[in-house]
Structures are given as C-alpha cells and as structure tokens.
Design a protein around this ligand. Structure first.
Ligand code: PEP
Ligand code: MG
Length: 761
C-alpha cells in the first residue's frame, strides 16, 4: 500500500473509526429508530458537525426526515420534501454529493422553519445509493462557514453505504409515516419493446446473480489494498488472456473485451477504488461504491455512447467483484424456482436454453431487441419476452413480483393487487383461447366454401419441433438452419451438423422439412466469425452470396443434409437468390455433393427437391425462367417487403412505416401466384405476414393456398380460414387491387369486411 493511502486518515483515522463504531451499532439489539438515532449522533461527532440528518425516499417520491442530530427532533417524520426541492431534493435528483460553505445562498435552498436549520451555514449532503438508485440523502451541517474537503465527502459517501444496507433490509419500513412505503418497494412500470408474445406472472430471477457484499467495513486496511491490487491484476490478466486466446464466448464480442481492457487500465477508475478503500471499506465494498456511482450516472445518461462506456465500467466492476469474492461467472441455473422471470442485461441464445423451460414464465432484457438471437429462442420456447427495458436490473431485487406483457412490451415491477388481478384474468383468457386452438388441431384447414389450405410451421431449433404435433402443422415449411449456427459457440463441424439434421428429421415424425441453407450476414451474425463491416449490411454480403463465395461452407452443409436424409425425402431451399445463375450454381454444388456421396456408396435421399426463396425483387421479373428450373418457391415477405419499400426491417424508424396490406405489395405477390400457377410450380409463403390472420386472409384472397408461420400463429390463422368464404373475400380484395385508390393501406377496409362477415382476425 502506498504511504499516501495510509497517511490519508492515519491508522485509526476518522472514517475508519466511524465505520467500526457504526458496525457495532448495526448489531445492537435496539429498535430501528434507536439505531438510526445513534448512527446520526456518531456521524456528527466523528465529522465534528453540529448536525447530521438522514432523509429516506418514499414510494410517493418524497424525502422524509427519518433521524437527526442537531436539528429540531420534532421535525423527524414530519418534514418531507419533493425530489428536486431544496438541497436535499437536489441531491436525490442528481445522485451527486453537494458541499457548500454557504448553503443559504444556494438557489435551491429551501427554508423549513420546523427544523431550525437557519443557523447552520455550511452543508454537506450525499446520496444514499444502492445499485445506482437513490434511497435517501445523508446530510451534515456546520454552524461555521467551512469548506468540506474531498476526503470528508468520500467518508460521508462511504457511511451512506451502511445506511443503504439498512434501508434495503426493510428494517426502516415500520418507522416511517403510515401508508408511505419506502421507495425500495414501490410498484414500477417499465416500457420496452415486445419480443415474444404472451403474459407472464412470476418472480424475478437475475440471470447474473448480484454479488451481495456482506462485509463493508475493513478490519485491516493494508490487507484490503493488497486484495484490491491483486484482484485488479488478475482481472486484467484474464481479459488479456481471453483476447489473446481468441476464445470468445457467444455474445462476448472482441470489441467489448477491447473496451474492457482499456477501462481496466483507466487511472481515474483505479484511483476512485483506492480512495474508497482508504475510507475504511473492504475491497469489495469499495468496488460496490464506485459501481453505485457509475450506475447512478448511467441512469441519468441519454447519450448512447456515454451509456455504453458506463455499461462497460459497470461490467468491469462486476468482474472485479467476482474476482474478489472468488465466485465464478457461471450462472446458477440449479434450483430455479417455479414461475421464474429471468431479468438480464443481455443474454446469448444458448444461455436461455440452459434454463428449465417448465419453470420459466418470462424474460426481460435490458439490451436485446426483437430481432436478437435470444429473442428468436424465446419465441421458439414460447416464453413471453420484452427487450430494451432500460436499467430495470437496478430497480429489482431477486424474488420481486413481476408481470410481463410480451404483446405490449410492458413490465410491471411489484405490481399493485389490481394490476395483478387484471393480468391474471388476461392470462386465464389467453389460456382459454389456446385451449380452443388446440381443439382445432386435427380439424382440416378448409374454407367455408370448401377450399383446402396447407398450413406449415417455421422452425429453427430442435425445441421448435415439439410444436409440430401440438399445432397439427402439415410440415416444416421453413427450417432456418442458421439459428443452430447462431446459438453454437463455435462453427459446427460436418458431423455435428449431420447429427443435428438427423435429430430434426427424427423429431418431425415423417413430416417433410424444407431446410433453408445458411442465411447469415446482415443482422444474423455468427459470434465466432469475423464480422465484415459494411455500409448496408442488408444489401451486402449475406446468405447465398456468402455460400457461393465460400463454397466450402455451403458444401459442408449440403453434404451434412444429404447424409442426414439418407433414404428419405429432402427439401433444400436457397435464401436471397437474385439471379437464375445463382440458383444454377447452388444447384451445381448440390449435384456435386450427390455425385460424391454416390461415388462413396452412401445412401442418398429417396427424393430431393430444390427450391428458392422469393425475397429479392429482381426475381419477380424472372419468374418464367425460374419456375421452369426449381421444384418449389417460397415467398419471404419479411425481406421482400423491406426491399420493395426500401425500408430496413430492423430500423425502428422505418420498419413499420409501410403496410404489407397495401396495393403494391399485394400486386407483387399476386404476380408470383399467377406465374407459379401458370407453370404448376408449388408455391408457399413463409414470411411473418402469413401468420397474422388479417394478412393471411388477403393472401388467400390473391391465391395463396399454402402458408408457413411460427407455431403460435397456426391456431388463429386456422380459425380465420374455417370462418372464411374464399370466393367472397377474393372478389372483395381483387376489386380493391384493380381500382387504383391512392390509399397506402387496405387494412381498415379488410378489417371491416372481416367484421361484417364474422371472420376472426
Ligand atoms: C423472409 O425474409 O420473409 C424470411 C422468411 O426469412 P428471414 O425472416 O429468416 O429473413
Ligand atoms: Mg429472408
């Protein structure tokens, strides 16, 4: 330990002695009010201040005076102020300490006659923080005009940590004004973005369990400095090691680790940690203190760049805590309680699969959006999920009651009984509706006027397959093979791919599966592949373009598929085909693999069909040539829409600007239907559009007879089909397409039609 640190307060210096005294008070068998009263006396004496007061933030947002030494005792539990009101309110609002030599002339000073504080000139206040949240304010005041040095501010902040623990323990709840919960327990509502539909009622489980620092006060300061130094060294080495080995787990990108490395050497950060130890805290408590500050700033930060940096600091502090406490980073999944709602900053898709599905009721993520990989897995598992919920982790405690509404993106923390009641009712309604859909499982999807419609299911994981029999889907109309690659921590070798495809085919119990070859690139990034920086990734090097430029990859996948489907039917579909030539080249690779396997006496698939996704607009003008060459077509409306309207499907500002239920889109789709019919080419559609009953209704009207969708959509779409007179709706939609209306969307008119004809959409 550098001499300077020891010298800061002397061996039994002010703050350390104070911390020890306070620790003794904490364990005395006295009432919470008596304890608080003793604490303020000790602080005032130790800091040679005439006044020491504790204000606690209540659920109604007011700060209530809970204890004081020096101010009028009658004001305790009487004086309250709003956040932002007075100096105390200002500290609560900014979460920053405030030291003033002449408090009464500060613009925020607010005079409270009942406290008798007008005779005090100097003022030092610090926020009582926990996880970056303000729980209250701790103040000392002096009659004389004085400047509080930096060390005293530090010392008071350290003392405030003990009070934070006391407030968080719930001990003070009983002594406040009646009917006024302290802020820690107040109900909160967060708004995120919907990721996976569903309503979940349950209790918080933190994906990365928070490390609770039990021992705040150091026994031996020198030992704590040494522990801190050792932990910082070890953490730096482990980061270096990770970067050097290139052994980066899913979701842990190189840039993130590089940023960590930079911060791990940040002098300001290290200095703040050492200063906190110098005030008498243990090394882990010092990390928590510095982390509290970073979080408090993070919550008030709107600049995305700064937020990212503060996030990095927060993550780094977490690593240090793990290092100091010897706890590994492995998430504890064992003993997951029933009705768990996982709350995480971010999460790789594989991590979600590690949880026991039967006990999960929901997933709340701070960072991930609807198109993230973990979102895909949440949907596959059928778990309600909400993403982009800023800072929720700081506001919840493990075990807190939580309600998640995956349809609206709302998350209720510690909901009031009426909210809980309303959602329980909603969940019951949903379950009843699901039961009705389940009853439709074996009912053929035939319109009222006798037209059969083929309903298929989209999938991408083995867990998806369990829905095939539940939903009664005729086949897997789209198997997104890239998802298996996205959840893997390294590139799956040929044997692994083959084993996986075999398992998928086995789970499908004889139903056909249309395997789409790797559709990576754009937003679908494989964590173990170097990301190619492109100006317009959606228009960039992706899907079949990568496959044709790196034929080794595509051939490996094709061979795995051909081997897995030995003796059975195999359907392979190529994504993002833009020219006939691309299809021919992809087909040639398949033929080459077939020839290779034949030469080596492998059993080949009994029937091989090759198809193309129609998702690049250029294909719309090559349909005659295409139809004569392919065995089948499937329209990918998700991409086709984004390219036709030139609107990025992942860009929130434009993604929902154009309606798929519009004349140009329906005209384009009708042209595909007409051409496929003319050439007798089997046609399906596997974009999201097919899974929304109202949009599916329009698709049937323009001639689609086969749709593939996520499993949860099959029931509602089938219910729509059973209630539809196809001839009538076809006439209605065709008439809208023929007459130029100038209206961008047909949705409202279609809804009216559905309503008038009692079609559930
Ligand atoms: C599509 O583009 O419509 C499609 C089904 O493929 P993905 O959503 O995987 O791009
Ligand atoms: Mg697509």
């Amino acid at each position: 330990m550098p001499e300077k640190d020891v010298a800061m307060f002397g061996p039994l210096g002010g703050p350390r002695l104070l911390l020890r005294r306070l620790r003794e008070v904490m364990t005395e068998p006295i009432s919470p009010q008596e304890r608080l009263d003793k604490i303020v006396i000790h602080i005032a004496a130790n800091m040679v201040a005439e006044v020491c007061s504790v204000y606690v933030l209540r659920a109604d947002g007011r700060l209530e005076l809970f204890a004081t030494e020096g101010l009028n005792r009658e004001a305790v539990h009487l004086t309250t102020m709003r956040a932002g009101e007075g100096l105390v309110g200002l500290i609560a609002e900014t979460a920053e300490p405030l030291a003033l030599a002449d408090a009464q002339h500060h613009p925020s000073f607010s005079y409270r006659p009942e406290t008798g504080e007008e005779i005090y000139c100097s003022f030092l206040g610090v926020p009582i923080l926990r996880g970056g949240n303000t729980l209250g304010v701790l103040v000392v005041q002096n009659r004389a005009r004085r400047l509080y040095p930096e060390e005293e501010v530090e010392a008071l902040q350290t003392t405030a940590m003990l009070l934070a623990e006391m407030i968080a323990s719930g001990e003070l709840q009983s002594i406040g004004l009646p009917d006024n919960d302290i802020a820690l327990h107040r109900p909160l509502v967060f708004q995120g973005v919907p990721i996976a539909d569903g309503v979940g009622l349950g209790h918080v489980v933190l994906h990365e369990p928070r490390i609770i620092v039990k021992q705040l006060v150091a026994e031996d300061a020198k030992k704590e400095f040494d522990r801190l130094d050792m932990a910082i060294d070890a953490m730096r080495q482990s980061i270096d090691h990770l970067i050097e080995r290139g052994d980066i787990g899913p979701g842990e990108h190189r840039e993130v680790l590089e940023a960590f490395r930079m911060f791990a050497h940040d002098r300001g950060w290290i200095r703040r940690l050492r200063e906190a130890v110098a005030t008498g805290l243990t090394a882990e408590a010092a990390v928590e203190r510095v982390q509290n500050d970073a979080r408090a700033k993070l919550q008030r930060q709107t600049d995305p760049y700064m937020r990212e940096r503060l996030h990095d600091l927060d993550d780094l502090a977490n690593r240090l805590l793990h290092q100091l406490t010897g706890r590994s980073f492995v998430t504890a999944h064992a003993d997951l309680p029933d009705n768990s709602i996982i709350v995480a900053r971010s999460m790789g898709p594989a991590a979600l699969l590690d949880y026991d599905r039967a006990k999960l009721r929901g997933l709340v993520l701070e960072d991930a959006g609807a198109s993230s990989h973990v979102a895909i897995v949440a949907r596959a598992l059928g778990i309600a999920a909400v993403g982009e919920v800023a800072n929720i982790i700081d506001f919840v405690e493990p075990g807190d009651a939580l309600i998640i509404d995956g349809a609206s993106g709302t998350v209720h923390v510690r909901p009031t009984p009426d909210v809980e009641h309303a959602y329980a009712e909603k969940a019951r309604l949903r379950a009843r509706r699901q039961e009705q859909y389940r009853k439709l499982r074996d009912v053929p999807a035939v319109t009222k006027d006798g037209v059969p419609i083929d309903l298929h299911m989209n999938a991408g994981l083995l867990v998806d397959l369990q829905h095939v029999s539940e939903t009664g889907a005729a086949s897997i109309g789209l198997f997104r093979t890239e998802i298996q690659f996205m959840v893997a921590s390294k590139f799956p070798r040929m044997r692994e791919q083959e084993t996986f495809y075999k398992a998928v085919l086995a789970e499908a119990e004889g139903r056909p599966i249309t395997f789409r070859t790797l559709d990576i690139g754009s937003d679908k990034v494989l964590p173990y592949m170097t990301k190619v920086e492109e100006e317009n990734p959606a228009l960039g090097w992706r899907a079949i373009r990568i496959g044709l430029d790196r034929p080794g990859l595509l051939r490996m996948q094709l061979r795995s598929l051909l081997r897995a489907a030995a003796g059975r039917q195999l359907r392979i579909m190529f994504p993002m085909i833009a020219t006939i030539d691309e299809f021919e080249r992809a087909k040639a690779l398949v033929e080459r693999e077939v020839a290779y396997l034949r030469r080596h006496n492998y059993v080949l698939p009994s029937d091989l069909k090759l198809g193309v996704m129609v998702e690049v607009p250029a294909l719309l003008l090559q349909l005659d040539e295409l139809c004569t060459r392919v065995d089948f077509l499937s329209v990918g409306t998700n991409d086709l829409m984004q390219y036709l309207f030139a609107a990025d499907r992942d860009n929130k500002r434009v993604a929902s600007r154009y309606d798929p239920l519009s004349v140009p889109i329906l005209r384009a789709l009708k042209c595909v239907v007409d051409k496929a019919r003319e050439h007798a080419t089997p046609l399906s559609l596997c974009g999201e559009m097919g899974g929304h009953p109202i949009e599916a209704l329009a698709l049937l009207a323009i001639g689609f007879r086969s749709l593939s969708m996520s499993p949860a959509c099959i029931g509602p779409v089938k219910a729509m089909i059973l209630a539809t007179n196809l001839e009538a709706v076809a006439g209605f939609v065709t008439s809208l397409l023929d007459v130029p209306t100038g209206s961008p969307s047909l949705r409202a008119r279609l809804h009216k039609f559905a309503e008038a004809n009692r079609i559930p959409v």
